[in-house]
Each structure stands twice: as structure tokens, then as C-alpha cells.
Design a protein around this ligand. Structure first.
Ligand SMILES: [Zn+2]
Length: 451
């Protein structure tokens, strides 16, 4: 299709980079999405027979058929029979990995391809899955910034990315120094955060904070906040949560505590002490339950591991390497304890829900057998179908709230006039059948249609 700016956008899935001619007219392209049921991201009743007008990168008006006129010359896209909603966010992805089961092998073999091949492929897969914004929590610094910026400049397709760059932790695991930075003392902790901030990261990722001294930990979080950055921290161990709360971590990651049946009462009391303080704003939590919850299912029903969607953008040799590494899902050491954790997830999820934290959709996408083309809808599916989350709330945890967390709620997160046109549409009623999100029909990011 050809837009009035002179931008050509092919609808072919394999060629998704818009090519804009240098002599683009100042006149903006106009697109009209017409007829579908709109979930705008604010949580109230969907708008039937919706009309969304897109001008350039932005939504210029939202209304209904018969009430909001469609400008002459607009590129009209029918959304009849579809649910239309804000582009999804995934708040916990790892672009530098693609589902391979052996981290040690991956970290030795592919760092040279992270920036040129692997992270761009992951980004493209996310976008095609309807993820128009994503938070990457742990990758080498130079590549993180370069891939994010190349997407922002329109050079390669992908979601708007928010990058942490390297993990900050007490000590990097051997062989992971390129994307895990250790800290030795409070001054070093501050210096490392300052280095990340100066390079332009969007947030700080903290793990193993129970191994740091309190001085080091405080230095990391205080310096991040002084630099205007939020801190997302692992919550796998009770002491990571206790200390994280004490120093003012903004967002916790994972539903942890291994095979323990529930969060201990003192941990729950600390969380509730925090959520009770309105002046501090919400405490955010990205439970990433799906990978654990679905392991047994995927082990026994591995057809989804053959889906070509996760191979998009990856060369044949890397695809073959990943495939071989997951040929026997039942044998992967990484997951042997997972069935014992799976049994505890509902209880822990419910505890978090009841504690008043604001939970966000995030997936750990990229870890063994978790592909960027599938992770996000899988998480939404488990929240709604297994954890009993209201589908509208689940969608808001993947749209409205992430935009608030990243400080960009005035730009994205809802389908509202004046915001960037990050919009997806899918045939059918996603409020009744959330798993329809596995096959998104329309993906628009910043006014450009990618699918
Ligand atoms: Zn992770």
C-alpha cells in the first residue's frame, strides 16, 4: 500500500521495513480503522463500531461510525469483526536470547551477533506478535542502546524499547561479564549506575541484591533515582524482596521463592506496608508466571516449539542450534524442578494480587523454549484462564500501566486522540477469548502498519 507521504509499506511479512522517499510531502498520511470494537485501555466498556483516525504517527480522533466522519483520501482499513486495542507491552524480555536451552553455549558462541542479528530478530518477532513496546532487562550496553536507537530511527522494525543494559549484581557469573556488572563497594555501585545513565539506559536492572551490602544496594537505587531511572529487581528470594522494599525498588520481577508454598507472612506484611502508602505511588510487580505454569504442557505438547514464527530474522544455523537444544523438552535440566514450582504459583499470584501490588505483563521472553513470537499472549492467557484475572485488567496490565511505569503515559498505552498510534486488532472478542491474541491481524506502530 502507498501512503501519501510517499512511504511504501509492504504488507508482506518478510519485508517489513518502511522505505520513505527523501522528497516526502509535508502532507501527512491518513489512516482510518473502521468498524471494530475498541478497548481503549482505560478499562471501561468497549466502544462499538469504532472509528480511529491516524494522522502521521499519531491518533488524531477516536469516535464511532456515523458520528466521526472519515476524511477524504484516508486509507480505510476495515476492523469489522475485530477487537481493536492499544499495542501490547511486554515488561520483561531478553532480546539477546532466543529460546536456546544452554546459556553457557549461547554466551560463548553468539555475542558477536547480538547487535547485528539476534536482538534485531527478537525485536521483529515481538512487533509481529503485537508487542509495540517492550522493556529489555539485561544485555550488553552498546548493543542495547544501538538496537533501541536503530528502531527509533526507523532503520529496523521492532517495538519501542526500554533498555536496562547490563544487570547490576554483586558478582557476574563467569563468562557473563559483558552483560552483568558486579559492584564492589558503594562508590563503585554509584559509578556503575552513572556509567549506565550516561550511556542512555532507560532503567536499572538489579539482581542478587541479597548478596550486596546495604550500602552498595542503597547506592544503586539512590543513584538510579537521582538519575531519573526506575529500578527493576529480582524477587526470587525472600531476602531480595525484603531488601528491595527497604531501599525503594520500583518494580519486582518474577514469582519466586522456588518450591516454597507461599510468601512468608513477614514478607507479605512488608509488601503491604509499602502498598498502603499512596504518596509513593503503586508498587509494581511482573510475575512472569507463564513460563513456569506452562512447562509441563509444553513438554508434553511441544508442537508450538516447531512454529516458524520464532525463526523470523534468524539465520538457518542459529535456528538449527536452537532446535537441537530443545529437541527433548523433558530432559532440560533448567526445568526439572519446575513442576514443583508450578503447584505453588496460583497461591503466590493470589497473594501478590491481594497485597495491592500492580501486576504487569512480562514474560522473560527468550529464556529456554520461550520465544518472542509467543511469550506475551501466553502470559495473558495464563493470567486470565488459570489465575482468574479479569481480561480487561489483564489487557490494562499490558497497555495502560506499563506506559505509566515508564513515564510515557501521555504518549502511548491507550487509544486516545493525541497519542502515538500504537494499535493492534484481532478477529474475534478478546475479552471472551484472550488467546485470540496469538494471531494478531493488524499491528500498527507510530502510524506505520507492520501487519
Ligand atoms: Zn529475566
Amino acid at each position: 500500500m502507498m501512503h501519501k507521504t510517499g512511504c511504501w509499506i509492504t504488507a508482506v511479512i518478510l519485508i517489513l521495513v518502511p522505505i520513505c522517499s527523501a522528497d516526502a510531502q509535508p502532507e501527512r498520511n491518513m489512516m482510518a480503522l473502521v468498524g471494530g470494537t475498541l478497548i481503549d485501555g482505560f478499562g471501561s466498556h468497549p466502544l462499538l463500531n469504532s472509528v480511529i483516525l491516524i494522522s502521521g504517527q499519531e491518533i488524531s480522533a477516536v469516535g464511532q461510525v456515523g458520528e466521526l466522519p472519515i476524511p477524504a483520501g484516508a486509507d480505510v482499513v476495515s476492523t469489522e469483526g475485530m477487537t481493536v486495542l492499544p499495542g501490547l507491552w511486554d515488561m520483561h524480555v531478553h532480546l539477546m536470547i532466543n529460546g536456546h536451552s544452554d546459556y553457557e553455549h549461547w554466551d560463548k558462541t553468539y555475542p558477536g551477533s547480538f547487535g547485528s542479528v539476534i536482538m534485531p530478530a527478537s525485536a521483529k518477532q515481538l512487533l509481529l506478535a503485537g508487542v509495540t513496546s517492550a522493556r529489555d532487562l539485561g544485555a550488553p550496553l552498546t548493543e542495547s542502546i544501538a538496537v533501541r536507537d536503530a528502531i527509533n530511527r526507523g532503520e529496523i522494525p521492532g517495538p519501542t524499547l526500554y533498555m536496562s543494559g547490563p544487570f547490576i549484581q554483586k558478582r557476574p557469573y563467569p563468562g557473563t561479564e559483558a552483560f552483568r556488572w558486579g559492584v564492589e563497594g558503594a562508590a563503585d555501585a554509584r559509578a556503575k549506575v552513572q556509567r549506565l545513565a550516561a550511556a542512555g539506559v532507560d532503567l536499572i536492572k538489579l539482581i542478587d541484591q541479597d548478596q550486596m551490602t546495604m550500602d552498595e544496594l542503597r547506592a544503586v537505587v539512590d543513584e538510579a533515582h537521582a538519575q531519573g531511572l526506575t529500578v527493576a529487581a529480582h524477587a526470587h528470594r525472600p531476602e531480595e524482596i525484603r531488601r528491595g522494599l527497604e531501599v525503594g525498588v520500583d518494580c519486582f520481577e518474577h514469582t519466586g521463592l522456588a518450591t516454597a508454598p507461599e510468601y512468608q507472612s513477614d514478607v507479605m506484611a512488608l509488601i503491604q506496608e509499602r502498598t498502603a502508602q499512596m504518596n509513593l505511588g503503586p508498587l509494581y510487580w511482573v510475575p512472569t508466571v507463564e513460563v513456569l505454569f506452562n512447562y509441563g504442557y509444553v513438554r508434553d505438547n511441544p508442537e508450538m516449539l516447531d512454529d516458524p514464527s520464532w525463526q523470523v530474522g534468524l539465520p538457518e544455523d542459529i535456528v538449527a542450534d536452537i532446535r537441537a537444544s530443545i529437541a527433548h523438552p523433558d530432559r532440560l535440566p533448567y526445568f526439572q524442578i519446575t513442576p514443583d514450582r508450578q503447584r505453588t504459583l496460583k497461591r503466590k499470584f493470589q497473594q501478590l494480587q491481594a497485597s495491592g501490588v500492580k501486576m504487569l505483563i512480562g514474560t522473560d521472553s527468550g529464556i529456554p523454549m520461550k520465544f518472542h513470537s509467543q511469550s506475551t499472549w501466553n502470559e495473558l492467557d495464563i493470567w486470565v484462564r488459570e489465575m482468574g484475572v479479569d481480561p480487561m485488567e489483564a489487557i490494562r496490565s499490558a497497555t495502560y500501566w506499563p506506559a505509566v511505569v515508564m513515564g510515557v503515559a501521555d504518549e502511548v498505552g491507550t487509544v486516545t486522540a493525541g497519542k502515538k498510534a500504537d494499535i493492534i486488532a484481532v478477529r474475534g472478542d478478546v475479552l471472551r477469548y484472550i488467546n485470540l491474541l496469538q494471531d494478531v491481524d493488524i499491528v500498527i506502530k507510530h502510524g506505520v502498519r507492520y501487519r
